[in-house]
Design a protein around this ligand. Structure first.
Ligand code: SAH
Length: 317
């Protein structure tokens, strides 16, 4: 009996020893494992799929997450151009799409993803559109650099990041209809046309409108429609638009553009305030037609000319 008691005592002592060890080593270890598991579970639940691609600069893993831009299966449905013809998707057959692909991929990783632009459709569009085909030969070597570039008629093509940021703000979908004010080279319109169904773009300088129209045709953008004219008045025949983007700065938002924005739509444009400071302004129209507006970023754009420069009372709108 005494022997048994001794054994029990010994076992109890052993257990308490093991328990103490667990208290000081095992339990903290267990706690660390639990915390790590919780962190892992949370991050994989909230992290967008496309961040995986950042492990490899050239990786196109996020392309899988991009929404399909193929036209609807029913051949009779789908978008139509101003003459009632069916609207096709960008063809990507021009050789420029196969040129400088790695530079574009690097530009997207460093300048665009690196600054938190996340929409996989926007990243894909920025990787696809050959920016060098939208600038003069002398500027082509800088086409993927982190700054704006001069185009003809003393105008500029925005920094790639600004193009991507503005496009993301528009929340484009494959069936969106977009209006752009300030065609310039046609680059921003092409980026939108990669995602949206159709893009209507207005340029006040005739020569630029003409060259952009030719360029977009040559590059294979049958879903971009260019008009020479004053963008202040918008493009009423094709309204309402899911998204409106302005790429020239004005002191006020042209009222016709607000009218032509669809309820639930987004508009982004640079607006000039006191002392010539400009901000990108995002305007949203809710389902009841109520407009809300917020400044999102200080910027520097070329001025919007035409009707918007007239004093408000004398202006036609
Ligand atoms: N989005 C262009 C860059 C535009 S620069 C691109 O991607 O290349 C701004 C353009 O707006 C200029 O070409 C300028 O001529 C044009 N612009 C200025 N005022 C305008 C107006 N009232 N209506 C239409 N275009 C205008």
């Amino acid at each position: 009996m005494r022997v048994q008691k001794g054994v029990v005592k010994q076992m109890a002592a052993k257990f308490s020893e093991i328990f103490k060890k667990w208290m000081y080593v095992g339990l903290p270890l267990l706690a660390v494992v639990v915390v790590l598991a919780v962190i892992f579970a949370c991050s994989s639940a909230t992290k967008p799929v496309f961040t995986l691609a950042s492990q490899d600069e050239g990786a196109d893993a996020n392309q899988a997450a991009a929404e399909s831009n193929q036209p609807p299966a029913d051949a009779n449905e789908g978008p139509r151009d101003p003459n009632g013809e069916k609207i096709a998707r960008p063809t990507h057959k021009h050789p420029a799409f196969g040129e400088r692909v790695e530079e574009r991929a690097r530009m997207v990783v460093r300048q665009i993803k690196g600054r938190q632009v996340r929409d996989p459709n926007v990243l894909k569009a920025m990787r696809t559109v050959p920016r060098h085909a939208f600038v003069r030969f002398s500027e082509q070597r800088y086409a993927y650099a982190d700054y704006p570039l001069p185009i003809d008629e003393d105008q500029t093509i925005s920094q790639p990041y600004i193009v991507a940021f503005m496009t993301e703000t528009l929340k484009l979908r494959p069936n969106s209809k977009v209006l752009e004010i300030g065609t310039g080279s046609g680059y921003q319109a092409a980026v939108c046309a990669e995602i949206a169904r159709e893009v209507y773009t207005i340029e006040i300088i005739k020569a630029l409108a003409e060259s952009a129209r030719k360029r977009l045709k040559k590059l294979g953008y049958p879903n971009v429609f260019v008009r020479a004219g004053d963008g202040f008045f918008g493009w009423a025949e094709k309204a309402p638009y899911d998204a409106i983007i302005g790429t020239a700065a004005a002191g006020r938002v042209p009222p016709p553009l607000l009218e032509q924005l669809k309820p639930g739509g987004q508009m982004i444009l640079p607006v000039e305030g006191a002392f010539g400071f400009q901000h990108l302004v995002v305007l949203t129209k809710d389902k009841k037609g109520k407009i809300t507006q917020k400044n999102v970023m200080p910027v520097r754009f070329v001025p919007m000319t035409g009707e918007v420069t007239k004093p408000e009372k004398k202006s036609k709108k």
